[in-house]
Structure formats: structure tokens, C-alpha cells
Design a protein around this ligand. Structure first.
Ligand code: HAM
Length: 420
């Protein structure tokens, strides 16, 4: 039996990297004062149809949807924003005194995509959502958090690409311009774009198949259709990024694949050599109508998400070594029935005192036990033989210096804690 296509087992050696990265990301959210939210891994299918959007690839092609035994249509979440907005409405978080509501989440998401490097069917997103602020400064804060998530882990080859999708009015005008522009050549576009022309013409702009069509070059740019409010909003977002010294590029063709966006949209790409076809590390944007769409009060929102898979891929490509401590504090070596009993007691006592300790459980001889201690990179090897037992002592060997000392049992914990 193998794990399903597009999923992976994370084994010891790799899980430490995940723990390290997740821990770092959580630390970062503390600095930015975001609180964790945990929502269910499955939701009513309708939630994603209404938020991510009926015409998007995610909803049309990529959802893991099934009917449960109660005849409900259930979907494994393909992303986190919809669930967070649903939860915000359901629990009336808008009523809490401290606004905006700043949340983060880490957890598995599911999309039935064609698996390749950096594209999985189960992947883990870390994301943040801010609900209840239409201040352009918060857009810049979210982008700063996203950039710092990578920087704090040592990544350097990053590019922040931003765009404005404008408000409803701006988008309507732009949409019409796109329909007018592409209609005369609709037969030359791919099948997907032919239907996008009427359902979601904006998505034509980021179609991989039609990228080189001559009509792409002079396609109407959303930036030319922004009304005054949208234009001014975008200018302020850029001013905040400038003030925070965060470099960015404006790309009017950045459209994002989910329907709930308006105003600010952004992606972070890797510039690292050999990164392969998928260079987008994370994406996000503003979604001012979403909470209302889900039955809540009119509430602006913005957020972003990254996948840990792509983050680890970028770290590998940039040759960043995570400072993971894989050493063991102590390994207890013992021989003989009586010494083995004493060893179990010593191990137990040290562990309760917060020391990382292991011992042999395979009946190995002295030499084999020392080898294990070496392989496990033990800082100290504690040796218990007949002589030690007779003297109520244990030999403590510092594996780095080779120094050895006899320590009485009742002093051992204090001694080891002092050394570590
Ligand atoms: P998204 O662009 O669909 O946006 O996904 C965000 C990130 O999730 C991507 O940039 C990528 O790092 C990762 N990702 C997506 N699909 C896969 C996959 N199949 N395998 C590995 N990683 C993947 C969203 O999901 C929005 N909810 C982001 C957001 C939050 N917008 C506002 N708030």
C-alpha cells in the first residue's frame, strides 16, 4: 500500500524541520499580535461555492467533495479564508471590543490538482486573516508579516508582487473592457478561456496556455479602470510599503485564483535559481465583501497564506540550513541486571527534571551501547557498571572533551543540569 498520490508521509528527520518552521511562524505572529484560530478540516460545500467562487478552478475541478451519511454535501477545505470568515460570523467576533480581529492558522488543505514539485493534493497552509479594518496600513502589515515569515527563516531571493483589483465599480468597468477586447478573438483562446470570457474574464489574464496570444499584450489593465477611491487606496498601500522599506513590483496582470478578492492582491515569488515551474510561494489580498456574503455585517478583510511545502522547497533551493538541534543530552549505558534497574531509575529521574535522555533497549553490549550514544549525538554518556554500583556512583563522560567524572547518584541531576 502506498500513500495516495499528492500526499506525503513526513518522517523523523523531516518532521523536525516542520516543527522548527511552524514554531518560528508562530513566534512571528506573536510579534504582530495575531491569535490562533482552528476551524474544522471539512465544511459544508456551499461555503466554498459562495466564497472562493463557483467559476474558479478550485471549486469546479479541485475540491474533495462527498455526501456524508446524513446526505449533506461536505468538502475537505481547499483553503482557510472561507472557514475563518464563516467562523467570524458564526461566533459574532465582530462584537468583541478589540478590533480588527487578527487571526492566524496552520493546517492541512486539500485540492485535487496535478501533483508536481511544490503542488500537493494535501498541503499545509500557514495563513493570517484580519477582519474589521479598511486601513491601507493593515494591508502593508499583512505583506510585511508575509515577507518576514520568509526572512526570519533565512530566505533572501524574494519578490513581492502587488496589484489592485479595485472595488466592485472599477471591476465591472474593467470586466466589460476585457469582454470587448477578447470577444473578437474568442475562437483562438483555449477552451477554459472561452468559458472564462463570460464567467470570469479576469482569469484570462493569468492563463498559462494563452499567455502568448497577441491580444494579451495590449489587454486592458485594471489599473486604468480604478475609480478614485480604489486608486487612492492603492497609492496609500504603496506609501505604507515604502515607509516600511519593503520593496515591491506592481504587476497589473496579477489576478489571483479566488473570487473574493478586491483592492489589494499580492504574491510572493522566489527568485532562487532552479526553483522550477512554480515560483509563487504565497498569496493573499483584500476581500471586503466576503463576510457579508456569508451573512455577517459589512466587514472589510485581508489576509494571505503560504504553504510549508513551498517554504521548505525554497529553503532547500537557497541552501539555507535550519539550526535544528538534533543532539541528545544524555545516554545511559548499563550492563548487568542490577545496573539495568538502576539505569531505568536514573533515566526516569533525569527526564522528570527536564533532561533529554535515552538508553539501550536491545540488549546491546557495552561497546554497542557506546556506538548508539555516538550515533544519537549524546552530549554526555552516563556509565553504570558493577564498580559504579558498588560506590553508589555513576561515571559521566563528556563526549566532546572526553573528560570523565564520577558523580554520586543523589548529585547526578543537579550535576547534569548544571552542565547543560
Ligand atoms: P492561494 O493562492 O490559493 O490562496 O494559496 C496560497 C498559497 O498556498 C500558495 O501561494 C501556495 O504557497 C500554497 N498552495 C496552494 N495550493 C497548493 C498546493 N496544491 N500544494 C502546495 N501548496 C499550495 C489562498 O488559499 C487564500 N486563502 C490566501 C488568502 C488568505 N487570501 C486572503 N487570505
Amino acid at each position: 500500500m502506498k500513500a495516495p498520490r499528492g500526499t506525503q508521509d513526513l518522517l523523523p528527520g523531516v518532521t523536525e524541520q516542520w516543527q522548527y518552521v511552524e514554531e518560528k511562524l508562530k513566534e512571528l505572529t506573536k510579534n504582530y499580535h495575531y491569535k490562533e484560530i482552528r476551524t474544522p478540516i471539512f465544511e459544508h460545500t456551499e461555503l466554498f461555492q459562495r466564497s472562493v467562487g463557483d467559476t474558479t478552478d478550485i471549486v469546479q475541478k479541485e475540491m474533495y467533495t462527498f455526501t456524508d451519511k446524513g446526505d449533506r454535501s461536505i468538502t475537505l477545505r481547499p483553503e482557510g479564508t472561507a472557514s475563518v470568515a464563516r467562523s467570524y460570523v458564526e461566533h459574532k467576533l465582530f462584537g468583541l471590543p478589540n478590533q480588527p480581529t487578527k487571526l492566524f492558522y496552520v493546517g492541512p488543505m486539500f485540492r485535487y490538482e496535478r501533483p508536481q514539485q511544490g503542488r500537493m493534493r494535501q498541503f499545509v497552509q500557514f495563513g493570517v486573516e484580519v477582519l474589521g479594518s479598511a486601513d491601507p496600513a493593515i494591508d502593508a502589515e499583512v505583506m510585511s508579516l508575509a515577507m518576514n515569515a520568509y526572512r526570519s527563516l533565512g530566505l533572501k531571493s524574494l519578490k513581492l508582487v502587488i496589484n489592485s483589483l479595485g472595488d466592485k465599480e472599477s471591476r465591472e468597468k474593467h470586466r466589460q473592457a476585457l469582454v470587448d477586447h477578447f470577444s473578437p478573438v474568442v475562437d483562438e483562446l483555449c477552451n477554459d478561456c472561452q468559458s472564462r470570457l463570460h464567467t470570469n474574464p479576469l482569469r484570462i489574464l493569468d492563463c498559462k496556455k494563452d499567455r502568448d496570444h497577441p491580444k494579451m499584450k495590449d489587454a486592458p489593465s485594471i489599473l486604468d479602470y480604478l475609480n478614485d477611491y480604489s486608486k487612492e487606496y492603492f497609492e496609500k498601500v504603496k506609501a505604507y510599503l515604502d515607509a516600511m522599506n519593503i520593496p515591491y513590483e506592481v504587476d497589473p496582470n496579477l489576478v489571483r485564483g479566488l473570487d473574493y478578492y478586491n483592492h489589494t492582491a499580492f504574491e510572493i515569488m522566489s527568485d532562487a535559481e532552479g526553483f522550477g515551474a512554480i515560483t509563487t510561494l504565497s498569496g493573499g489580498g483584500r476581500y471586503n465583501g466576503l463576510v457579508q456574503e456569508l451573512g455577517g455585517p459589512e466587514t472589510p478583510g485581508i489576509g494571505f497564506a503560504l504553504s510549508i511545502e513551498r517554504l521548505l522547497m525554497a529553503l532547500e533551493k537557497e541552501g539555507v540550513e535550519l539550526p535544528i538541534d538534533d543532539q541528545l543530552d544524555c545516554f545511559v549505558v548499563s550492563l548487568g541486571d542490577e545496573a539495568n534497574l538502576k539505569a531505568a531509575a536514573v533515566v526516569n529521574e533525569l527526564r522528570q527534571a527536564g533532561v533529554q535522555v535515552d538508553k539501550d533497549y536491545q540488549g546491546k553490549k557495552f561497546k554497542g551501547q557506546f556506538k548508539s550514544a555516538d550515533r544519537l549525538k549524546a552530549k554526555y554518556v552516563l556509565v553504570l557498571g558493577d564498580d559504579e554500583l558498588a560506590n553508589n556512583q555513576i561515571s559521566v563522560k563528556n563526549m566532546e572533551t572526553g573528560d570523565q567524572e564520577a558523580v554520586s547518584f543523589d548529585q547526578l541531576t543537579t550535576y547534569i543540569k548544571g552542565k547543560l
